[in-house]
Design a protein around this ligand. Structure first.
Ligand code: HEM
Ligand code: MG
Length: 328
C-alpha cells in the first residue's frame, strides 16, 4: 500500500553526503541503473536500495538527503514519474528497465520503469541518446565530448547557466536534424529544461556554491553514477531554479518531427508553460495519466486515487485546483 510522502528536511544546509555510511559500491549484475544519473548515484551510495528498486517515499527522502533537492520538486517529480512508470500495486519503481523485481506485471499496472520511452523519459537528453538510436539510458561518450566542447566554448571550461542555454538548444536541433521520431511534448517538454539546470543547482559542491560545475565532477555524476570524493550536497534546497533563463535564451515550442527528420511541427496540445506548475499538473493528470489508465479497477483504481492525491500535495500551496479523474 502507498505510504505518504515524507516532509521537508529539518536540517537543510550543506553537509558531507559521500560519507562512511554511504560508500560507493559499483552495481552488481542484478542491480538496475537507468537514465537519471542522480538516482543511479543514490542507489550506488545506498541512499535507496542498491538494486535500483524503491518506493516513492524512499526516493523523495533520498533526493532531499543526498542532493538537497527541494521538497516540493522532489515530491512532484517522484509521483509524476512513479504514477506512469511504477508498479501501482506493489508501490515499487525501477529506476531503469522493466523488471519482475517490482512485482507481478499481470496486475493491470504498467510498471515499465524509468527507461520507458515517452512516459517520462524522453528525447534530446544531455548524455543519453534518443530512444530511436537504440539506447536511451546509458551514458554516451560522444555526447559528453560535445558537452565538454560547449563548456569550454561558453563556460570557460565549466558547465554553467550560459552553457546550459546553448547546449539545450543544440540537443534539440540535433534531434530535429537526425531523429525522424523526435518528439518533445509533455512531460518531456518540461523535464528537458529542468534537467539542463539540475547539474548546476545540485551537483556543484555546497561549499563551492557558485553555479560552476567542473567537468570532472560532471563526468563522475553523468558517467560514473556516483558522488565525487568528499562531495557535500547543495547549500540549500534547490530544484529547477533558472530553467526559465534557459528557456528564454532560445524558446522552442512543444512539437515533433512528423514526416521524418527536419519536419519539426509545433504541437499546441502541450501548454508552453514551463513556469506554471498547475498547468503541468493538470496536463499530467488529464492527459498522460488518463491515457495510460483509462479504466482502472479494484486495487489499481484505489492506488491511482491515493497517488494522485500525493502528486497534488506537491502543488497544493501553488493554488492549483485538485483534480479527481477517477472520483474521490
Ligand atoms: C534525467 C527521473 C531526481 C538530475 C532523468 C530522467 C528521468 C529522471 C526519468 C531521464 C530523462 C531523460 O533524459 O530523458 C528522476 C526522478 C527523480 C529525479 C523520478 C526524483 C525526484 C533527480 C535529481 C537530480 C536529477 C535529484 C539532480 C541531483 C537529472 C539529470 C538528468 C536526469 C541531470 C539528465 C540526464 C541527461 O540528460 O543526460 N531523471 N530524476 N534527477 N535527472 Fe533525474
Ligand atoms: Mg532521454
Amino acid at each position: 500500500t502507498p505510504t505518504p510522502p515524507p516532509g521537508p528536511l529539518s536540517d537543510s544546509g550543506t553537509k558531507l553526503v559521500n560519507d562512511d555510511l554511504h560508500p560507493y559500491i559499483a552495481p552488481g549484475e542484478n542491480d538496475i541503473r537507468g537514465p537519471c544519473p542522480a538516482l543511479n548515484a543514490l542507489a550506488s551510495h545506498g541512499y535507496i536500495n542498491r538494486n535500483g528498486i524503491a518506493n516513492p517515499a524512499e526516493i523523495i527522502t533520498a533526493v532531499m538527503e543526498g542532493f538537497n533537492m527541494d521538497h516540493g520538486v522532489a515530491v512532484y517529480t517522484t509521483y509524476a514519474a512513479f504514477i506512469v512508470d511504477g508498479n501501482l500495486i506493489t508501490n515499487l519503481l525501477s529506476i531503469g528497465e522493466k523488471t519482475s523485481l517490482t512485482g507481478r506485471s499481470s496486475s493491470g499496472t504498467t510498471a515499465g520503469g524509468l527507461n520507458t520511452h515517452n512516459t517520462f523519459e524522453g528525447d534530446s537528453s544531455i548524455t543519453r541518446m534518443d530512444a530511436y538510436f537504440g539506447d536511451n539510458h546509458n551514458f554516451n561518450e560522444k555526447l559528453f565530448q560535445e558537452f565538454i566542447e560547449y563548456s569550454n566554448k561558453y563556460g570557460g571550461g565549466k558547465y554553467n547557466l550560459s552553457v546550459a542555454c546553448e547546449f539545450r538548444r543544440k540537443r534539440f536541433q540535433d534531434s530535429i536534424a537526425t531523429n525522424p521520431e523526435f518528439t518533445i511534448v509533455a512531460p518531456r517538454f518540461y523535464t528537458a529544461y529542468a534537467d539542463a539546470v539540475l547539474p548546476i543547482n545540485l551537483w556543484v559542491d555546497g561549499r563551492q556554491d557558485d553555479g560552476q560545475l567542473d567537468i570532472e565532477a560532471a563526468r563522475t555524476f553523468f558517467e560514473g553514477g556516483r558522488f565525487p570524493p568528499d562531495f557535500h550536497r547543495a547549500a540549500r534546497p534547490m530544484g529547477a531554479n533558472n530553467e526559465m533563463v534557459v528557456f528564454e535564451a532560445h524558446p522552442i515550442e512543444p512539437g515533433s518531427n512528423v514526416k521524418g527528420v527536419n519536419t519539426y511541427t509545433p504541437d499546441h496540445s502541450t501548454p508552453q508553460k514551463l513556469d506554471d506548475l498547475c498547468v503541468q499538473y493538470t496536463f499530467h493528470v488529464e492527459n498522460t495519466v488518463r491515457k495510460m489508465y483509462p479504466n482502472p479497477e479494484g486495487p489499481l483504481l484505489e492506488s491511482l486515487k491515493i497517488n494522485l492525491g500525493y502528486l497534488f500535495s506537491a502543488v497544493k500551496d501553488k493554488g492549483c485546483e485538485e483534480l479527481f479523474p477517477y472520483g474521490r
